[in-house]
Design a protein around this ligand. Structure first.
Ligand code: NCD
Length: 310
């Protein structure tokens, strides 16, 4: 269960009960937001966003979330180039400093474990907005919230994950959360970009059926959730190597004609060549709604760690 003052560093912190509790809270906030009711739940609270890696959705949606709850934000979108890290300040010291000024910190960094390092000595909650290819808990949470809302359940679904399963922190985080539900996994990836075998074997040990294939065409009809993501070129030892996988699983109208009528298409964005623009008009495409769900789930997370009752 998420409590006041907790950091959110990893999806491992969540179990089935705490997930359903968070989604119920998110839905409540979404209803209030949709009715246009002003929410001043976090009035007087200040959040810092420390981003050491590019972002559009994650930073803006955290910032929109605190603003919509009546709080405010100070932001540095390019910490790597413009903060005292440039003068060799340690992450731990940066954490101690910023936490003297604000009530909550949101941070993204290209190295696995870096957000945890900053959190060690922070006196306020730190929320991981992505650390290398390790974790992206708030994205995993908003992805599950999207499925829960759209399908009305999580149990009993077949979840397809398509593309770069090796370097994607999003898929890793999703697996770690979906394992609490009775879902079947269909991993579609070229052999060089397969899911970490440790993740796969953990899911199997827990009793999930996991199927791996290189073909989207052969498997799309089985999926309730068609879940794609970008090739994480920047995480390859040789980024040029990543380019050869661009567009290999492009979802287009013709492939979508083979998908279930009630399937949903998800993508954390940015998309590069994974989904043709023609699919945007398909009512099963949910990737832009996912962005709004991201703001809502982040509103829920902020009220939880700041200890405010909704
Ligand atoms: C993802 C990320 O940063 O891991 N983006 C996001 O937060 N929506 C996915 C990606 O960059 O491909």
């Amino acid at each position: 269960m998420l409590n006041r003052g907790d950091h959110v560093l990893s999806t491992a912190q969540f179990d089935r009960e705490s997930l359903l509790d968070l989604f119920a809270l998110a839905q409540k906030l979404e209803d209030l937001l949709n009715k246009g009711i002003p929410l001043n739940l976090l009035e007087g609270k200040l959040m810092a966003t420390l981003f050491f890696e590019p972002s559009t959705r994650t930073r803006f949606s955290f910032e929109a979330a605190i603003n919509r709850l009546g709080g405010s934000v100070i932001s540095n979108a390019d910490m790597m180039a413009t903060s005292s890290v440039k003068k060799r300040e340690t992450l731990s010291d940066t954490g101690q400093v910023v936490s003297q000024l604000v009530d909550v910190i949101v941070m993204r960094h290209p190295e696995s474990g870096a957000v945890g390092k900053l959190a060690e000595k922070s006196r306020v909650p730190v929320l991981n907005a992505g650390d290398g290819s390790n974790q992206h808990p708030s994205q995993g949470l908003l992805d599950l919230y999207t499925i829960w809302k759209e399908k009305g359940k999580l149990d009993g679904l077949t979840i397809g994950m398509i593309g770069d399963l090796k370097y994607s922190r999003v898929f890793r985080s999703q697996c770690d959360l979906l394992k609490h539900f009775e879902v079947e996994f269909l991993f579609i990836a070229p052999s060089a970009l397969k899911m970490d075998p440790a993740v796969k074997s953990e899911l199997e040990k827990l009793g999930h059926k996991v199927t791996e294939s290189e073909s989207l065409q052969e498997n799309i009809a089985k999926m309730d959730v068609i879940n794609s993501s970008r090739v994480q070129e920047e995480r390859f030892e040789n980024p040029e190597e990543g380019k050869k996988y661009l567009g290999i699983y492009e979802l287009n109208k013709s492939l979508m004609s083979e998908a279930k009528e009630d399937a949903i298409v998800m993508h954390p964005l940015p998309r590069i060549e994974e989904i043709a623009v023609e699919v945007d008009e398909d009512p099963r495409a949910k990737y832009f709604e996912q962005v709004r769900n991201g703001m809502i789930v982040r509103m829920a997370l902020l009220t939880k760690v700041l200890g405010v009752e909704v």
